[in-house]
Design a protein around this ligand. Sequence first.
Ligand code: SF4
Length: 82
Amino acid sequence: MPDRYRVTVDKGACDGIFACLVRDDRLVEADDGLAGFDPDEAEAVARTDDGVTATFEDDRLDEAEGAAAACPPSAISVEVLE
Ligand code: SF4
């Protein structure tokens, strides 16, 4: 059964180091030089002044969590949805 989850990049915390990209290739370098999401890979992508959030429903939760764990300033958060 696929997982449904939300991944958020805090743009205030992101340093553009891109350690995340090698852990989860759905994360990409956005136009602002910080991490964002490939819109073709996500169910939905929402941007705010503070960051960008993508919702996924698939079996790649471990990759998202790996990207979050690899981010030096802890700019990525993963929230599992019901
Ligand atoms: S690893 Fe963290 S700081 Fe680096 S680009 Fe990814 S989200 Fe930003």
